[in-house]
Design a protein. Structure first.
Length: 82
């Protein structure tokens, strides 16, 4: 993470990231591909969220309005709440 005007900082996301979608400074979604786990940045820390995915998650996609989708190896697309 690099705060505006600050230096780079390491922030634990709890999962090895596969993809990331930054919607705002307080809504960043990171997913790993080994499970249905997503970590969402709330402006202070990453919080784990679990979504159904037997084969793991591949990618995160976010629309400008904040609507977020993750999709997985088993063909499931999940709408992540804002």
């Amino acid at each position: 993470m690099k705060p505006d005007g600050g230096a780079w900082q390491q922030v634990p996301a709890f999962i090895p990231p596969t993809s990331i979608a930054a919607l705002s400074a307080t809504n960043v979604v990171v997913n790993g591909n080994d499970s249905g786990t997503v970590s969402r940045w709330n402006g202070t820390a990453f919080v784990r969220e679990e979504y159904p995915s037997g084969g793991g998650l591949l990618n995160t996609f976010a629309l400008p309005d904040g609507t977020t989708y993750v999709y997985g190896l088993d063909g499931i697309v999940v709408h992540a709440p804002q």
